[in-house]
Structures are given as C-alpha cells and as structure tokens.
Ligand binder design. Sequence first.
Ligand code: KIV
Ligand code: NA
Length: 265
Amino acid sequence: IKRVTTHQLLAMKQRGERISMLTAYDYSMAKILDGAGIDVLLVGDSASNVMAGHETTLPITLDQMIYHAASVVRAVGRAFVVVDMPFGSYQGNSSEALRSAIRIMKESGGHGVKLEGGAEIKDSIIRILTAGIPVMGHLGLTPQSIYKFGTYTVRAKEEAEAQKLLDDAKLLEELGCFALVLEKIPSALAKQVAEQLTIPVIGIGAGPEVDGQVLVVHDMLGITQEFKPRFLRRYAELGDLMHQAVTQYIGDVKSRDFPNEKEAY
Ligand code: KIV
Ligand code: NA
C-alpha cells in the first residue's frame, strides 16, 4: 500500500475525486479506519470532548495530543495523519508555534498539523511551513474560539464574516497550506471557497460542494449518542450495540454462563 501524500490529495481535487477524512485518537480505531481505506486521519483536539469528557476543546494539552497522535501513527499504513495543534500551543507567538509543531512531528510521527484561524495566526503558519511541516487550515466554526462566539451555531451567515472567511481562505492558500477545513458554514459559501482555491477544501457541516468531508468518528459510528447536529449522518449505532453486548456479558457473569468449559484451562 502506498501512503497518501499532500500531492495526492491535491491531485484528487484536480480530478474531482472526493477526499475522505475521519478523526482518530487511538491505535485500535485508527487501524480499522486505515484498513478500510480512509484518505486522511485527523487526530483532532475533539479528543478533549470525545476521549477526555471535557465540555470544550480548550483543556487538552500538547503532551496529550502527542500521546493520541503517536498511538494513531503506530496503526497507520496508508492514511495521511494530520494532528491538531491544541489551544495555547501556537497563538501566542510564532516561535512557540514552531516549537509546538516540531514537538508534534518529532514525538508523534504525524505527517502534518492543523491550526484554527486565518490572518491572526499568519506568522505562526509561515514559521511552521518554513520548517517543512505541512499545514492544514481551519476556518468557519473554530471551537478553540468558542468563548468568543458564545455558541456552536453556523458561522459566516453575514456578508462581513463571509468576506473575511473568503479572504482568510485565499491567504492560507497563498501562504502554502496544503488543505483547508471549513466547519459549519453555509453550503453556498463553502462552494465558493472550494471553487476559488486550488488546494483541497474539506467540509464538516459545509455542504456537498467541497473537495472532501470529515466527521468525528465516534459521532458517525453512534458511540457519542447525545450529539446530533443536522450535518451528522450516523453510519452505525455502535453505542447501542456495545450497550447490548455489555448487558449480555453482565448477565452471563451473574448467571455463571460465562466462562464455560471450553473457555477455561
Ligand atoms: O477536532 C476535530 O475533530 C476537528 C474536526 C471536526 C475538523 O477539528
Ligand atoms: Na479540532
């Protein structure tokens, strides 16, 4: 199996082949997703919510992201692995951003990093790109800024915010980002961005007219059951399945059905 590269992702956009991307935070899950042929795995800072149970993505640390990313990288043979830079590891100044990105690359073996924001973090992006580290942008709903927005509702519905997003998207491409995630914005705006950029645009809640799609894997598998935004399609009800399996196991232990003679030495 050949590894997916940033060049191949660009070629996929050029020939109109949609890019598939999912989050992953651990070895066992990543092995299944990579085996199924996913193009890109994102070690998202959504690990803060999904893995650690925090309300927001803000608390997760660089060390914790590196732990998740290293676990994913050990499982992967084909997918391109992108690692989210956590809140506080790149916004302060570009030297700290570069140091954080280098730690991620060295200590996890990931193939690239993702940062939230546009013009505000331009210097950090330039420093990281100059070191030869592929950078994926992230615009629209940027959960690390949740306390600025106040809600997780759709972004860039107003003309001014839409124009800033378009400008930021073009800036990210000019700087040299290899791809861009657009989260929870109107489909028409996402389509416009994807048409105007040559780099692949990956959407989550950004409609069908972009170059690829990403979802949080625990959401699309039905493991996280509370979270049901309109953009989410559930491909399985693993939460229900796991509940059934565990209920059965408990019953079997209580009734002494498990283990039987064949399951003992
Ligand atoms: O952390 C994450 O899961 C993400 C995706 C939703 C794009 O950034
Ligand atoms: Na993220």
